[in-house]
Every structure is written in structure tokens, then in C-alpha cells.
Design a protein around this ligand. Structure first.
Ligand code: WT7
Length: 634
């Protein structure tokens, strides 16, 4: 059994142990898992070359730690409870035994289609149980899964399929999201036509729409499953064999395929899940994130299932059929731990208290947030009206790259402060540095957040581009992992995450690179140049403000250009990346060396036009006045 800390004293003691003797600490945690062969060596690392290896020489299969390890005691316990988009459709429950059979059958399906250890399998599915089955079947046979969030466009999906060299794509006819039906297969078809590597597709029937199936390439999920045997021996994996690739945005245009490996990720997600949420036997845990993002991977699928938990997944959106949907689900399934994003809390808060009428919420014990800073008002609303003043809130800071939660309270153990992620978890050694890389010691300091020592859940590389991995994370401050976030450590030593300090923006918990959006906008034939900044937005956290240089207009005029830019971004990335504001300008503020001064564009976007500071280094200071004038009109 993975150890669970239960007191503040216990935390302080364990934390000390974990930083004075990290390898001893983690090998002790790892002992509670099932390894076919134990490790020869616990940790090898060198942050200068971006190298980290945990539990080297160990052999295991992660799914044996979900199924074989739990079946005897938990065979009949629900592993997954699935709540459909439409509340009038029946929910589904899969016990550990049932899920195991489905996973083994699907493992056999994949093998039958020629998928072998190390092959990449891409998954583009809505939030249905088959998504979990697909992930675990890949893990069972040693294939590397790469889930692409079903909100991404064909272009984005195609790029990712190509980058990962995926052989097979698992997708569906369509998907439901609130009142909308999404043409998933159509998007998948366009993407597959764009890349050369995918030769096989498995298509799940979800919406029943009439869709074309390509002969020899496309197969129906239900047809393949019919003939599949229900036992499948697990492939023996090395601790450092890749488990999955997950794409995320960075400060350049091209998305990064972060690679997570098997042993360390398993140990880290299970350990942090149990401790942060203080999950107890029989609890029902509900994470509202999509499996297309790291939160879904680590804290809907892997962490909970490795801990023998009951994990609830929800297909739909919080506001459909009405804004009480989350609370109905919590009451219906007697949810004990609920994990969601600040943006969801803010949007529900804005819709008012009526939606909370007649909701009991009495089963809730722990509330969690993730993905972006939570403002104090939203924290209090969550605490008072959802947690009814009795549920601790865990504000969990982490990243796609970290694999699991890094700085967070442990529920009911760490005293909380609104908007603070509080304290590092066991084994995590945060370091705050200034612009020059000088470590800021002591309390009451503010700077850039780095981590100075490896932890088992961290990403090992960027798929196909280790140099980029090193350059992105380990060269800004040599010898340290740089997170890209600003942070404050207050007078009590508590951490508060201040947001990104690089060219990454966080829109409703979706991470986007400004360069990525600019590239999409620049594709428009009438656009000469553009600059994108993220500005404070009351619901989304950050909104997207695009300054676009256009000198020629087509028949639709400015409005026409704005609309077609929106379309272009939707097509190139996905609808969630559409700018909130587009301002057509005649030029951008640039330094004499040609660098765009984003600082100024950000001030304009936030309406703080009296705080420009020194603009004398600008090539053409006049342009600033023009942009300010224009900004008032949109
Ligand atoms: C970025 C990572 C980790 C799962 C979801 C997002 C921001 C994340 C918090 C938090 C303040 C947070 C950071 C981070 N972030 N959690 N509790 N408080 N900011 O994963 O897409 O990789 O984004 O999200 O800026 O760097 P991601």
C-alpha cells in the first residue's frame, strides 16, 4: 500500500526525509508497487544534459499495478463511473474486473492490427469509457499512446500524428458536448489525409451519424471487439520505456511532444493522488478535466486507478442542460472529492446562486483546483458555497512536464490560504531565482520558479528533439529545471503562483503559445504581421488579444478580416484558441533592433495606458498613440 500522510507533523517529517535522502525516500514508496524485477539503480541524473532516469533496470507493466494488484480485493468495485453528456441517457459503471476484461480485449485488437511494443497509437476521442480502455490497452501491450484533445482542429491533429509517427488512430464517429455534436470522424479523416504515417483507424460508434469508412483503413470498434479474446498477458516494460507522449504548447509555434516514462510516472501519480486528495477506500472521486490534457491522464486515469479508486468521468460541459450539472452529478453519484479548474468555478459563480438550490453536496469532503491561478473571490465562493465551509481546498500547481502535482496542500493537513498552492510535496525542491539566476533565499521573495532536484514523475524528453527539451527547460538557469512560472514565497514560506513569465498564455486552463496563434493569424493572405498577448479576463483567466497589421483590405473591410482571422485560428489550432479581441493596426511597437515590445501591447490590452514606462527606445513611438486610440474602439 502506498503510504498516506495524515498529519502536519507527518508531512514535515516526511518532507525532510524526502529532500535529505531522495533516493531512499522514493525507493521506499516504490516498494509498495508490483515490479517483475526491482531496479538496479534508483536515480541517474544530470540537469545540464536534461537526463533523468528513475528505477533503472526495473521491469514492470503499469497495468498489472492497476488490475492484477487490485483484483482480489476490488474486482467488484467500480473503477470508472461514466456520466454521459445527456443526463437522460443511462450512466455506465465499469468495475475493476469489467474494465480489465475490456482492456485485455482491446489489447488483443491492437495486437491483431499489428501494433507492437514501442509503436505510437494516437487517440482522438470524446470523453467516453473507451478512451480509458484505449489508454490502458496501449500500456498493457507497451504501445506509446498519444491522446490529442478532441477540440483540436484537423490541422493540429495531423501535425501531431506526423510528429509522433503514429501508426494507428483511435477515434469515433462523432461526439457530444453540451447541445453540440462534434464531427470527430470528419476531422480525423482530414488529419489522416494530411499525414503519411497512419495506416489504420479504429472508429467507435458514439453518435450514430452516417460517416464514410475507408476500406482497408477504418474498422469499427464494436466489430473488432466482438472477436477479441478476453485475456492478454502484459508486456514486460523497462522502467524508462515511454508510456505516453502528450503535446503541449510552448513559446515557439511547434507543439512539444513531452514523453513520460513508465516506472517513475506510476510511482509519482499514485503517491501524489492518494496524499493530495487523501483518498480513502470507498470514496468516489470526480475529476472534471478532459483526458486530452495531462490532468486527465494523471488524475482521472493513472493516479486514481493505480490507487484502486473509483474515478468518475463526465462527457459533457458544466453548463448543460443547465449550470447546475456538476452539482447534480456530485449528488447523483455521491462524490467525495471533486477536482476542477478555476475557470469553471468562475463561470459558474458568475451565473449566480440559483443553480445551487436543492443541491445537497453533502458527500463532498475535498475540493481541488488546477490549471491556472485561482483568484480569492473564486476560492471563497468554492469554499463557502460548494464546500459549505467544511471541505479543504487543494490548489494544486503542476504542469504537463511535471507529470504530477508539485506544490499543493494535502487535504485537511496543510493549512490553506486563498490563492496559495502552499507547500511543496514530498521530494520537490523549489528554488526561486531572479532574472540573473541568483537564488533568492528566505521568505518574502518573488521571482522565477525552478526545481533543483529530479522527481520520478518528470517528463524525460521531447519526442524526437532532446535538444529542444534541454534548451527549453535546462538552459535558462543551468543546472535547474525552469518552470516558466513566476512565484512568490510569502512570509510564512507559502508559495503563490503568479502565472507564466514566458510567451505562453493560459486561456480557460488551456495552454497556448502566443507564437502558435500568431503563426495561424499570419497564414491569412492579407495579414502582414501580428502580435498576440494574453490579458486578464474575469472568467477565462486570460483572454487573447491580437494586434494585426493589415495594409490591404478585401471587400468585407476590417470586419471581414476579423471574421476570417477567427476562422483561420479555428482551422489551424481549434475553436478554443480564437482571439477575444482583434485590433487592426498599421504597425507594431518595435525596438530599433526589431523586437516587438509586448510589454506595451499588454498594457494597452489591459487598458493601463498611463503605465508605459520608457518608450524612447522605440523605432516609432508615434505608433503607440495610434494603437491606443484604436484600442478604445474595439
Ligand atoms: C501551467 C501548466 C497541470 C495541469 C493543467 C495545466 C499553470 C497550473 C496552477 C495552479 C497557478 C497553475 C502554470 C503552469 N498552472 N496549475 N494551481 N496555480 N497556475 O497543465 O497545460 O501544462 O499548464 O498552468 O502556469 O505552468 P499545463
Amino acid at each position: 500500500m502506498v503510504p498516506k500522510i495524515s498529519t502536519l507533523g507527518g508531512y514535515i517529517f516526511e518532507y525532510q526525509k524526502s529532500v535529505t535522502n531522495p533516493t531512499g525516500f522514493w525507493s521506499n514508496i516504490a516498494e509498495s508497487f508490483y515490479w517483475r524485477k526491482k531496479w538496479d539503480h534508483i536515480l541517474d541524473w544530470d540537469f545540464r544534459s536534461g537526463l533523468t532516469k528513475w528505477f533503472q533496470g526495473a521491469k514492470l507493466n503499469l497495468t498489472e499495478n492497476i488490475f492484477e494488484r487490485h483484483l482480489f480485493f476490488r474486482g467488484n468495485q467500480p473503477a470508472i463511473i461514466w456520466e454521459p453528456n445527456d443526463p437522460s441517457e443511462a450512466h455506465r459503471t465499469l468495475t475493476y474486473s469489467e474494465l480489465f476484461i475490456e482492456v485485455q480485449r482491446f489489447s488483443n485488437v491492437l495486437k491483431g492490427l499489428g501494433i507492437k511494443k514501442g509503436d505510437r497509437v494516437a487517440i482522438y476521442l470524446p470523453m467516453v469509457p473507451e478512451l480509458v480502455i484505449a489508454l490502458l490497452a496501449c500500456a498493457r501491450i507497451g504501445a506509446v499512446h498519444s491522446v490529442i484533445f478532441a477540440g483540436f482542429s484537423a490541422q493540429s491533429l495531423g501535425e501531431r500524428l506526423q510528429d509522433a509517427g503514429a501508426k494507428l488512430l483511435i477515434t469515433s464517429d462523432g461526439g457530444y458536448r453540451g447541445s453540440k455534436t462534434i464531427p470527430i470522424k470528419q476531422i480525423a479523416d482530414d488529419a489522416m489525409n494530411m499525414c503519411k504515417c497512419v495506416t489504420t483507424a479504429i472508429v467507435l460508434k458514439r453518435t450514430g451519424e452516417n460517416i464514410p469508412m475507408v476500406d482497408g483503413r477504418d474498422h469499427w470498434y464494436h466489430d473488432l471487439m466482438k472477436g477479441a479474446g478476453d485475456t492478454c498477458e502484459a508486456e514486460e516494460m523497462d522502467s524508462e520505456d515511454p508510456l505516453f507522449i502528450l503535446y503541449t504548447s510552448g513559446s515557439t509555434g511547434k507543439p512539444k511532444g513531452l514523453v513520460h516514462t513508465t516506472g517513475g510516472y506510476m510511482v509519482y501519480t499514485a503517491y501524489t493522488f492518494k496524499n493530495v486528495f487523501q483518498y480513502g477506500d470507498g470514496d468516489v472521486y470526480f475529476c472534471s478535466a478532459d483526458i486530452g490534457w495531462i490532468t486527465g491522464h494523471s488524475y482521472l486515469v493513472y493516479g486514481p486507478l493505480l490507487s484502486g479508486a473509483t474515478s468518475l468521468m463526465f462527457e459533457g460541459v458544466p453548463t448543460w442542460p443547465d449550470a447546475g450539472r456538476f452539482w447534480d452529478i456530485i449528488d447523483k453519484h455521491k462524490v467525495n472529492q471533486f477536482y476542477t479548474a478555476p475557470t469553471a468555478i468562475r463561470s459558474l459563480m458568475a451565473l449566480g446562486m440559483d443553480w445551487l438550490q436543492n443541491k445537497s453536496l453533502a458527500t463532498l469532503k475535498v475540493l481541488g483546483t488546477v490549471g491556472e491561478p485561482i483568484n480569492e473571490a473564486a476560492w471563497h465562493w468554492y469554499h463557502d458555497h460548494i464546500g459549505k465551509n467544511r471541505c479543504p481546498i487543494v490548489d494544486t500547481w503542476w504542469q504537463t512536464e511535471t507529470g504530477g502535482i508539485m506544490i499543493s496542500p494535502m487535504a485537511g493537513i496543510t493549512p490553506t490560504k486563498p490563492s496559495y498552492a502552499t507547500m511543496p510535496l514530498m521530494g520537490i525542491q523549489p528554488m526561486i531565482v531572479d532574472q540573473n539566476g541568483k537564488q533568492l533565499m528566505g521568505n518574502s521573495v518573488e521571482g522565477n520558479l525552478c526545481i533543483s532536484y529530479p522527481w520520478p514523475g518528470m517528463a524525460r524528453t521531447i519526442w524526437g528533439d532532446h535538444e529542444r527539451f534541454v534548451n527549453t527547460y535546462f538552459t535558462t538557469y543551468p543546472g535547474l529545471y525552469f518552470t516558466g512560472d513566476g512565484v512568490k514565497r510569502d512570509e510564512d514560506g507559502y508559495y503563490r503562483i503568479l502565472g507564466r513569465v514566458d510567451d505562453v498564455i493560459n486561456v480557460s486552463g488551456h495552454r497556448l503559445g502566443t507564437a502558435e496563434i500568431e503563426n495561424a493569424i499570419n497564414e491569412h493572405p492579407l495579414v502582414d504581421e501580428s502580435a498576440v498577448v494574453g490579458f486578464s479576463h474575469p472568467i477565462k483567466g486570460q483572454g487573447i488579444y491580437a494586434y494585426v497589421v493589415c495594409t490591404h483590405f478585401s471587400t468585407g473591410g476590417e470586419e471581414g478580416i476579423r471574421n476570417s482571422i477567427m476562422m483561420a485560428v479555428s482551422t489551424m489550432i481549434g475553436p478554443f484558441a480564437k482571439p477575444d479581441k482583434i485590433q487592426i493596426v498599421t504597425g507594431l511597437p518595435k525596438t530599433r533592433s526589431g523586437k516587438i515590445m509586448r510589454r506595451i501591447l499588454l498594457k494597452i490590452a489591459e487598458g493601463k495606458t498611463s503605465e508605459f514606462g520608457d518608450i524612447t527606445t522605440l523605432l516609432d513611438p508615434e505608433i503607440v498613440n495610434d494603437i491606443v486610440k484604436g484600442s478604445k474602439e474595439i
